[in-house]
Design a protein around this ligand. Structure first.
Ligand code: 5CA
Ligand code: ZN
Length: 414
């Protein structure tokens, strides 16, 4: 499926360090280099109610990772999916009387425009679940052949969670059984389905039901893909295992990423990912921002109100990606104020050597993408501006380029 267009990215004269980042599976910081060619898979949207501020924060966080890797001279392969067939999408289409395909198409297009406005570097491969169905069918058949999956009487196929994989099931999330059961029930799992061998067994293929879309499933019979196998298959085909980083919001730690890892490892014998990075949840009025709750701040709505997307980006970057935080109007006002300060500095003369500022900026970002500190470094630079409006010196231009390349903020835009 078509990705979105790439923003301009200035090339800096020197290179930055490889980043360290907190990995959920390691329960601590790890250096993530991918031997100079990192493979990143980030879980994409289910296309309805896009793009809310939580989505935007997650994709800006991984965009920061991509930018830091590029700055280190790494050759990044970035893959993202879009879950363009799943229960929540069908439910929303039903509730609103819209064709599910039209809903998905419209929302994916809106997401693309929002990502472009936020200057998020597009994935090299932007892949839909629907276009991946033949690959999913082959993978599920393979899991059945390997004894890692079984069918119920109604034709639904489940992953056998007790399959021996290495690293073992549970080593991504480190949850105990009771926590797994709770999250599985809350986040799209079906522990109560009769006939399953283990309540945590995850749906791989849902057999065709009257009134639901379905696709040919070869030996599986007609049906549609389960959620976790979609990401396991797309990540394997377009990025390759082990991924350097599997990314997404913290709501995906379990069951989604644990199941993706188990499916992929059962299929290939290779670990799914070297590191798992998870963004905090963005909320509104004391609750997680989510499509099901309807408490959404949409990027497109703010844009329509005339808000500068660079200010939205700065409001996001003012939070550490791993923190949970709440969206609030004053955040936008202070981000706009910061943007004004930076742009004024870019247009005047700041008597500061670029090398030091750049080193501090890079050091902050290489330390688990510490964007709040990175913003502090540029605040300090901007505060040193003189009153005159002399033309930008070489040092000044270098910093303007670094802010663009590393933070995705164009200070010379009108
Ligand atoms: N299609 C699946 C992933 S395969 C999905 O979770 N879709 S989503 O539309 O619900 O979320 C898209 C991405 O945004 C996921 O990485 C998810 O973890 C993240 N996300 C969702 N809600 C929030 C939120 N409130 N704050 C931060 N990130 C969020
Ligand atoms: Zn996913």
């Amino acid at each position: 499926m078509r990705s979105w267009s790439k923003p301009s990215i200035p090339v800096l004269p020197t290179r930055g360090p490889a980043p360290t980042a907190y990995s959920t599976s390691a329960r601590g910081p790890v250096t993530i280099t991918g031997d100079g060619a990192p493979r990143l898979y980030v879980c994409g949207i289910t296309p309805y109610d896009a793009t809310h501020m939580g989505h935007a924060a997650t994709y800006v966080a991984f965009d920061t990772l991509v930018r830091v890797w590029r700055d280190a001279g790494f050759d990044v392969t970035y893959v993202q999916n879009t879950t363009d067939i799943d229960d929540p999408l069908l439910e929303r289409a039903d509730d609103t009387g819209v064709d599910w395909r039209a809903l998905a198409d419209e929302q994916i297009e809106l997401f693309r425009t929002d990502m472009e406005a936020l200057r998020v570097i597009p994935p090299a491969h932007y892949i839909g679940a629907v276009e991946s169905i033949p690959d999913v069918v082959a993978a599920v058949e393979d899991l059945v052949a390997k004894g890692a999956a079984y069918s119920l009487d109604n034709g639904d196929v489940y992953y056998r969670v007790d399959t021996e994989v290495r690293p073992p099931f549970g080593s991504e999330s480190h949850l105990d059984h009771a926590q797994m059961m709770r999250f599985f029930a809350e986040r799209g799992g079906d522990p109560e389905t009769p006939g399953k061998e283990n309540p945590l067994d995850a749906l791989l293929w849902r057999s065709a039901r009257p009134g639901e879309p379905s696709w040919p499933g070869a030996s599986l019979g007609a049906g549609r893909p389960g959620w976790h196998i979609e990401c396991a298959v797309i990540a394997g085909k377009y990025a390759g295992f082990p991924l350097t980083v599997q990314g997404g919001g913290s709501d995906l730690i379990f069951p989604h990423h644990e199941m993706c890892a188990a499916h992929a490892t059962a299929l290939t014998g290779t670990p799914f990912a070297e590191a798992y990075m998870h963004t905090g949840m963005v909320g509104l009025d004391g609750e997680k921002m989510s499509k099901s709750k309807g408490n959404l701040v949409l990027v497109s709505r703010l844009r329509a109100q005339g808000v500068d997307p660079a200010a939205i980006r700065l409001a996001i970057l003012a939070h550490h990606y791993r923190c949970d935080w709440f969206w609030d109007e004053p955040l936008l006002a202070s981000a706009q104020d910061r943007l004004d300060q930076w742009r004024a500095a870019a247009r005047s003369n700041v008597p500061v050597a670029a090398a030091e500022v750049l080193a501090d900026l890079r050091a902050a970002l290489a330390d688990d993408l510490d964007t709040p500190s990175a913003l502090g470094v540029i605040d300090e630079w901007a505060a040193a501006r003189g009153d005159g409006s002399s033309p930008a010196a070489a040092d000044q231009l270098e910093i303007v380029h670094a802010v663009d390349a590393l933070l995705g903020i164009d200070l010379l835009a009108d």
